[in-house]
Ligand binder design. Structure first.
Ligand code: URA
Length: 231
């Protein structure tokens, strides 16, 4: 009741202002009056953030594959909704499953450091995985799981609309590029990927196991930087 009377009071005030405005315009000799929406158009960032949030709400209870039964959390992805780069890993591990966030374990900490080396933070980029749910014992994703989950990643890429995608490791690279070629064959250059570019590099977990891979990974990151608008 109280809010109804407040609403009608606002309406009265608005009508009064409108009347006064129209009278003034007529006095000034105008024959037509133009109105624009009182709400500014949404900024592109707000719009991709909203679209990602809506998309998360739609899929957060996904039951498409048996991983839904064993997961603690679906790991949607996180970062800048308008990122120029999306990093794509394989699938959540134990830490990610527990926290519902991508790359938060040891490999994730190394990824954060690698980003720092090229002057980026996790807030600048977007991070997601091929699979949204953890395979038991961190086994490789099954082709059936990839086929069911892949459209989710495709939708995220469509919303964020990045310039470049960085595939972390063999599984992400082979899945995104739809190939059986080895990681060694796929890294070191940019692949066309729909209307974008895709770069393949080592998974940070591989760098933790084999520090000799850090130098070529650094070369990959430098190549990645050349693709960003900031240069
Ligand atoms: N490894 C991945 O591929 N993704 C994660 O989110 C964590 C570890």
């Amino acid at each position: 009741m109280g809010s109804d009377s407040r609403d009608s009071q606002v309406d009265q005030e608005t009508l009064c202002l409108l009347q006064r405005y129209i009278t003034q315009q007529m006095e000034l000799g105008y024959k037509e009056v133009y109105f624009s929406s009182p709400f500014p158009p949404p900024k592109p960032e707000d719009s991709s953030r909203c679209r990602l949030e809506e998309f998360y709400e739609r899929i957060k209870d996904c039951q498409r594959c048996p991983l839904a039964k064993s997961r603690k959390n679906l790991v949607f992805g996180e970062g800048n909704p308008q990122a120029e780069i999306i990093f794509v890993g394989e699938a959540p591990g134990g830490d990610e499953d527990r926290l519902g966030r991508p790359f938060v374990g040891r490999a994730g900490q190394l990824l954060t450091k690698m980003l720092g080396a090229i002057d980026l933070t996790r807030e600048d980029i977007y991070i997601a995985n091929i699979l949204k749910c953890r395979p038991p014992g961190n086994r490789d994703p099954l082709p059936s799981e990839v086929a069911l989950c892949r459209p989710y990643l495709d939708q995220q890429i469509e919303i964020i609309d990045p310039l470049v995608i960085c595939a972390l490791g063999r599984i992400a690279a082979q899945t995104l590029l739809d190939t059986r070629r080895s990681l060694g064959e796929l890294r070191g250059f940019l692949h066309p990927f729909r209307s974008r570019r895709l770069l393949v590099t080592y998974h940070p977990a591989a760098l933790l196991r084999n520090p000799h891979l850090k130098r070529p990974a650094w070369e990959d990151l430098k190549l990645l930087c050349t693709q960003l608008e900031r240069g």
